[in-house]
Design a protein around this ligand. Structure first.
Ligand code: MN
Length: 293
């Protein structure tokens, strides 16, 4: 079995902003490094140059996947009906922008607010989120899009931070276009066993993020990528895989503050992206060879 996952990088590996010009410049460089797609966040759908971005991607034979996240002001898992309604309305606008940019996958924590939460998520909040996600998933289905819910770590979310919890949430949403989005950085904190989490997700794994435990160069930290890639091959995962590394040298300061990126763990985008591409290809071919034995 050959692994043919589309490979991508987050826009913030290259650029702190994603105007049409930024996307064009980045798409040129990233496609030269061998990537198939860019991750372009749609958390602020009103300020995206949607048509220009779609054209810039098309001209470089690339596509995009579109991370979405809530803030506390639009948290669909809130107990406050006004906040929940605001969050739901924002999601429809984000879906439209994503579709118009050519995206087929919403990724990231679309079910929760990325924030340092100080209380456990309430049952009422969970129910509110699931009701909204049922309607949003239906809308996404009509647009030919999937929703991939990312399990973040405990310092960034208090809702579905493990694969098992996300699978349970998806079952309650009950839509066939909803999947789990796993991330090696977060799994390193929350999962007792990342390989078991990937196997447990199985066919419900829809999206995958690669990052070292300290978001530096892949293979220079403590993540066991060999086991991770073997597990991905074992479940025949054919979905997108994206590099998500951040450095305060490149990343937008607001985003850096949210994700606690306080250091430059790297500074050269092309070097980082080229190294990651070689690393991923090597891991994939090793995993494949093992399977063919
Ligand atoms: Mn991630």
């Amino acid at each position: 079995m050959a692994m043919h996952n589309p490979l991508g990088t987050h826009i913030q590996v290259w650029s702190a902003t994603w105007s049409a010009d930024d996307v064009r410049r980045t798409a040129e460089r990233a496609s030269e490094c061998g990537y198939d797609f860019l991750e372009l966040p749609v958390r602020d759908p009103y300020n995206l140059e949607v048509e220009g971005i779609a054209k810039a991607l098309q001209d470089n034979n690339m596509f995009c996947c579109t991370p979405f996240l809530h803030t506390l002001e639009t948290d669909i898992g809130s107990e406050d009906k006004v906040i929940v309604a605001k969050g739901e309305a924002l999601m429809y606008d984000a879906l439209s922008a994503a579709r118009d940019m050519g995206s087929r996958h919403i990724t990231g924590p679309a079910h929760t607010a990325l924030a340092k939460h100080t209380e456990r998520r309430s049952d009422l909040g969970r129910r509110n989120a699931i009701e909204v996600l049922q309607r949003v998933a239906e809308q996404a289905r009509e647009m030919g899009m999937s929703l991939n819910f990312e399990c973040l770590n405990r310092y960034e979310s208090n809702f579905s931070t493990t694969c098992v919890e996300a699978l349970d949430m998806i079952e309650r949403v009950g839509a066939d276009n909803c999947f789990v989005h796993l991330d090696t950085f977060h799994m390193n904190i929350e999962e007792p066993d990342a390989v078991a989490a990937i196997r447990r997700a199985g066919k419900r794994l829809g999206y995958f993020h690669l990052a070292e435990n300290y978001r530096g160069y892949l293979g220079t930290g403590s993540i066991d990528f060999q086991s991770i890639f073997r597990a991905l091959a074992d479940i025949n995962y054919e979905g997108p895989i994206a590099l998500e590394v951040f450095s305060s040298a490149i990343t937008n300061p607001v985003h850096s503050a949210k994700l606690a990126i306080w250091r430059d763990t790297w500074s050269d985008s092309i070097d980082m992206a080229t190294h990651a591409m070689q690393f991923i290809r090597c891991q994939q071919s090793n995993a494949e060879r093992r399977i063919n034995l």
